[in-house]
Design a protein around this ligand. Structure first.
Ligand SMILES: [Zn+2]
Length: 431
């Protein structure tokens, strides 16, 4: 149930304490957009980054020394408020920066250790956690935003980092508040937040397959059917798969080096895949003005065989269907548009006209044993997905099934990954 706007505005001015309650009520939700901005070399508070990194390392040593192993082999943390205060006081000795940084460092390490304990007790983690990233989390008590200038407190009362948001045209112009900042040695990540009331005046359904994404937009009596090629994504993963295979020979001769290279590949593969998904979702969002989205609920994709074969599930999960869905959902949310997830079972096995059983026909076509309808199997699936959340009159179902999808491809700027692979193969052949 929507609440009167005035009440919501009142709550907003009451400050952060009111947020959790507001998030969970009615149709109002918090949309988030994170953006990175480069910092001038001279602006970067390197001494703070170093001190924060050191504080996290020391905190980790202390907190890990409070981890106990019980007789059943499970680990748990014995770290009470007195221990915490002692650690805080210790870290604050000689600390010239704002005190909140120490609290943030302790919190972040506590989170890290607790997450490790959970994984360890489930048998999923073997190595103890380490602090590797030189990043500083800046919570909202450490900065203010006035007239477009973000003022970050470095040393209380005397040293600040001022960032004029107007200098960066890619930052959102309309938002309600800044949620948190992450600083590293190169840039500042800013998390913008906006309260949105989710509503749609029309709906689209999206079906995700290995080679393409198919989308149907229904607007009154108009339908648009589009197919987006995602072969590029497959290519990215194939290139890195091949690179890893080539590296196998290095694994025995130089295990440390090969591990380092593998790590680099994993990072790059993820970056490139993410880059692709960003471009794809941005393109889709552009099409969806005023339009909510219906997708299959694929949260269980790794563990359950849903609509597809387990092999297909594995591949889909690898190409990042969930990442795609999350990205699309938060981009839509920023525009106040809702996303609905529906049960994915049998979306490609039931005839949308007569609910009869459909089976493969020729090529991509499927045929219904009940009414002899033949259509593209992906289009059938997307119609079924749509109908699980919204009504779709029979004449529109027929029209969609008869429509030839408009095909679009997404091409990303290509780093020379393929060339590098060739180079690598040459080097290894020579060794
Ligand atoms: Zn049928």
């Amino acid at each position: 149930m929507a609440r009167p706007i005035q009440l919501i505005l009142d709550q907003k001015h009451r400050g952060p304490a009111a947020h959790p309650a507001r998030q969970s009520r009615g149709l109002l939700e918090v949309a988030i957009k994170c953006r990175r901005i480069p910092l001038r070399d001279s602006d970067i508070p390197r001494d703070l980054i170093d001190a924060y990194f050191e504080a996290k390392r020391r905190a980790l040593d202390v907190i890990l020394s409070h981890v106990r192993t019980s007789v059943n082999g499970k680990v748990h943390l014995r770290f009470d408020n007195i221990d915490r205060k002692r650690l805080r006081d210790e870290l604050l000795t000689g600390w010239k920066f704002s005190k909140h940084y120490v609290d943030a460092a302790i919190n972040s390490v506590m989170g890290l250790v607790k997450a490790w304990i959970t994984r360890y007790n489930r048998g999923l983690a073997e190595k103890r956690p380490m602090i590797t990233k030189r990043t500083v989390y800046i919570k909202n008590t450490l900065f203010s935003l006035r007239d477009g200038v973000l003022r970050i407190s470095i040393e209380p009362g005397k040293r600040y980092l001022d960032v004029n948001l107007d200098d960066y045209p890619w930052l959102p112009k309309v938002f309600d508040r800044v949620g948190g900042l992450i600083l590293n040695e190169k840039e500042l990540a800013i998390c913008f937040k906006k309260d949105v009331e989710l509503k749609a005046c029309r709906w689209a359904a999206i079906d995700i397959n290995l080679g393409n994404i198919i989308m149907v937009v229904v607007d009154g009596d108009d339908v648009v059917v589009k197919r987006y090629g995602v072969g590029e994504l497959q290519k990215i993963h194939n290139v890195y798969e091949e690179k890893r295979r080539v590296l196998q020979s290095l694994k025995t001769t130089a295990p440390k080096r090969s591990e380092r290279i593998l790590e680099k590949y994993r990072r790059r593969e993820k970056d490139r895949a993410n880059n692709f998904l960003h471009q794809l979702t941005s393109r889709i969002v552009k099409e969806l003005v005023g339009c909510g989205v219906i997708m299959e609920d694929l949260r269980m994709i790794k563990t359950r065989i849903l609509n597809r074969s387990s092999e297909e599930n594995r591949k889909l999960s690898k190409w990042g269907v969930r990442a795609f869905q999350n990205m699309l959902e938060y981009k839509l949310k920023w525009r106040g548009l809702p996303t609905i997830y529906v049960n994915p079972s049998n979306t490609s096995r039931i005839c949308p006209l007569c609910s009869g059983r459909i089976s493969p026909h020729e090529g991509r076509l499927v045929k219904c044993s009940g009414c002899n309808m033949t259509a593209d199997r992906d289009v059938v699936a997307v119609v079924n997905i749509y109908r699980r959340a919204r009504e779709l009159p029979r004449h529109l179902v027929m029209r969609i099934l008869e429509t030839e999808p408009i095909f679009e491809t997404i091409m990303t700027r290509r780093p020379k990954a393929e060339k590098k692979l060739e180079k690598l193969q040459k080097i290894l052949a020579a060794e």
